[in-house]
Design a protein around this ligand. Structure first.
Ligand SMILES: NC(=O)c1ccc[n+]([C@@H]2O[C@H](COP(=O)([O-])OP(=O)(O)OC[C@H]3O[C@@H](n4cnc5c(N)ncnc54)[C@H](OP(=O)(O)O)[C@@H]3O)[C@@H](O)[C@H]2O)c1
Length: 445
């Protein structure tokens, strides 16, 4: 019996199960994918269930403990309870497949790793599951999202500052389920749905599993699906740290947010509005409506108009372009106003933040000398900003997503095995607005 015929029979079986046992959480489309690809997880009222093929290649469904790793649970003793479906005359035996094991004895997982710096440096690979430290949680990744930082890291743009050892797993944003906790972990337990921007040098969201320091992790906002939650952490933390921590935006202040349709801009507009600011943004004609729906009061189409000719008296500019855009941004500030650059040039504060040697601080100061001088001449300030991981802030942000004050903007979702295509899609500039997400179960949320 071919797998597709079995899959059809199994889907038919699940249809019956759904009717008989009323299992509304079980998405047949997802399960069909699962059966076709031999592995993944779905939920039903009794807890997480797992669809796989048994030792004879016949599709079956097992109930496994919530948060458990299906591969391991299936091989555990006693065997997990099986939801009954057997083709006539068939007795199920658990899958014969053993978890893949690396040379270090750890189970292997699928991941996208930077093997060498450069455009073609990202590859799919089987790598050992991450080691879980005392203060870490192991997260089975449900979804991840792409940030410009992934491209930069892959290209080696940060290699002098962020000293990753090649090969390393890429990916700065994740949502998933905790499957293991270290001995010193306090507030998180197996089965928790979480989201995170893991700290620098401990990234690795483009993988089946990631070990994350507990301090970088927060419960997933309940109102968001894993796919939506994965779109949030890096840009939301950056927006929060810029607008709240660094600039202390107050009600009534005027804030200009460049690139309002981007991942960062679309989040910063919403947060600045929540803080009570009047928000101007730059975007293109296609996304004007979207940025207004996010709360922008003044929208400037950068393809038609020069923002520096129409705006003045601003308290804060968030510049994500650098270069001429940043220099012009200084001119729209009121005296004492602040321009925060996230695309550069860096300053000595950035070197300090990364604990880089002092000569790097001097080099960075040199890079930003021109713009700092221009700012001083205009009676305004320039600061570079680079975001930091924070589970505590993700908890606060989660409440804003759950209350509907913030919402993620997602351009497109790719399946995990198409992570390279997703990166190429982002790099070719084909996005319309917001984030590009990678999902382990596309179509399920
Ligand atoms: N330092 C940090 O902590 C930090 C944190 C987050 C992001 N960033 C940086 O911020 C930048 C943006 O990040 P992102 O995640 O928002 O990237 P993104 O999702 O790729 O968005 C970039 C946006 O810029 C728009 N754009 C291009 N040229 C523009 C122009 N001249 N004026 C206005 N908008 C323009 C693009 O729209 P169209 O091309 O379609 O018009 C797109 O919507 C990146 O350089 C990223 O590295 C830094």
């Amino acid at each position: 019996m071919g797998i597709s015929t079995e899959a059809q029979q199994f889907a038919q079986f699940l249809e019956n199960v759904r009717v008989k046992a009323s299992t509304p959480g079980l998405d047949l489309a997802v399960v069909r994918d699962i059966v076709d690809t031999h592995a993944s997880a779905s939920t039903e009222p009794e807890g997480v269930t797992y669809a796989d093929v048994d030792a004879d290649g016949v599709p079956a469904l097992w109930a496994i403990p919530e948060g458990a790793d299906p591969d391991r649970a299936l091989l555990a003793s006693p065997a997990p309870r099986q939801l009954t479906w057997k083709p006539p005359g068939h007795a199920h035996r658990p899958p014969s497949r053993q978890p893949r094991r690396s040379r270090e004895g750890k189970a292997d997982m699928k991941a996208f790793v930077v093997e060498m710096y450069g455009r073609d440096g990202l590859r799919a690979a089987d790598v050992p599951e991450p080691t879980v430290g005392d203060g870490d949680v192991l997260v089975r990744v449900s979804a991840a999202s792409i940030n410009p930082l992934d491209r930069m890291l892959r290209n080696g743009e940060f290699k002098r500052l962020l000293k990753h050892r090649l090969p390393f797993v890429l990916g700065h944003d994740v949502a998933g389920i905790v499957t293991q906790v270290g001995s010193a972990v306090r507030d998180l337990t197996v089965g928790d749905e979480v989201y995170a921007r893991p700290r620098d040098l401990r990234i690795g969201g483009f993988a089946e599993f990631i070990a994350i320091d507990q301090d970088d992790v927060a419960p997933k906002p309940q109102s968001l699906t894993p796919r939506e939650a994965a779109a949030v952490p890096l840009v939301a933390l950056a927006a929060w740290q810029i607008l709240v921590d660094r600039a202390h935006v107050m009600p009534g202040q005027k804030v200009l947010i460049h690139a309002g349709a981007g991942g960062l801009g679309s989040t910063a507009i919403q947060l600045a509005k929540h803080l009570g600011a009047t928000v101007a943004t730059t975007t293109n004609t296609r996304t004007e409506k979207l940025v207004r729906s996010l709360g922008a009061d003044i929208v400037i189409d950068y393809t038609k108009e020069d923002f520096s000719k129409v705006l003045s008296g601003y308290d804060l500019v968030l510049d994500s372009m650098g270069g001429a855009n940043l220099e012009k941004s200084l001119t729209v500030l009121k005296p004492g106003g602040l321009a925060i650059g996230v695309a550069g040039p860096p300053d000595a504060g950035f070197a300090r933040q990364l604990d880089a040697p002092s000569f790097m601080g001097m080099a960075m100061n040199a890079l930003s000398r021109k713009v700092r001088k221009q700012a001083k001449a205009l009676g305004v300030r320039y600061e570079f900003f680079f975001m930091q991981a924070s589970g505590a802030q993700l908890r606060e942000l989660g409440a804003l997503y759950d209350s509907g004050r913030l919402r993620p903007v997602i351009d497109r979702t790719f399946p995990f095995d198409q992570t390279l295509e997703a990166m190429a899609y982002v790099e070719q500039g084909r996005t319309t607005a917001g984030k590009v997400v990678i999902s382990m179960t596309p179509g399920s949320d």
